[in-house]
Design a protein around this ligand. Structure first.
Ligand code: FES
Length: 167
């Protein structure tokens, strides 16, 4: 299911823990698998469970608890807007609503062209920078005014070469 390179990466994570506790690498393994497969499918969870010698339901518990894992397919760019209370009171909800209108989708939906998925994110530890969002779990974006949201979407569209079909 995973490439030799991905397995090596998982093995490196496993090596950080005592030999009888390789299940401690479950978060790293899921991240690697998601990076390669695109999402954490039931097959991915099963594979990770077997690889780490742990019950599949434990893997599922982790995958469904943390919102950085996608247990459903997502678009090329996952935009997670923090709507937890401090951000919600400081423009987070407004930023999310703006993106909904701009992309023509609701939270947990993907644009028809497959370029963007919109998500509500949990606190990202940057409440003072609200509105904040994170792209593909890795790129933090702070103080997201409408202008900055426009610029971000345009940049990502250009990067994807997928402007057609998106608003
Ligand atoms: S509540 Fe949004 S970053 Fe903390």
């Amino acid at each position: 299911m995973l490439s030799a390179e991905a397995l090596k990466e998982i093995d490196r994570a496993i090596a950080k823990y005592p030999a009888d506790q390789k299940q401690s690498a479950v978060m790293a393994a899921l991240a690697v698998a998601q990076g390669e497969v695109g999402w954490v499918s039931p097959e991915v969870m099963e594979f990770v469970a077997n690889y780490l010698d742990m019950p599949p339901v434990w893997v599922e518990e982790v995958a469904t608890f943390y919102n950085m894992y996608d247990t459903r397919p997502v678009g090329k760019y996952k935009l997670a807007v923090c709507t937890n209370l401090p951000c919600a009171l400081s423009g987070g909800e407004r930023a999310g609503d703006y993106l909904k209108r701009k992309l023509g989708i609701d939270y947990n939906e993907t644009t028809p062209c497959g370029t963007f998925t919109l998500k509500e994110g949990e606190c990202m530890g940057a409440c003072g920078d609200a509105p904040v969002m994170i792209v593909n779990n890795t790129r933090m974006c702070s103080f997201m005014s409408d202008d900055k949201l426009d610029a971000l979407v345009e940049e990502l569209k250009a990067e994807a070469g997928a402007a057609k079909g998106d608003k």
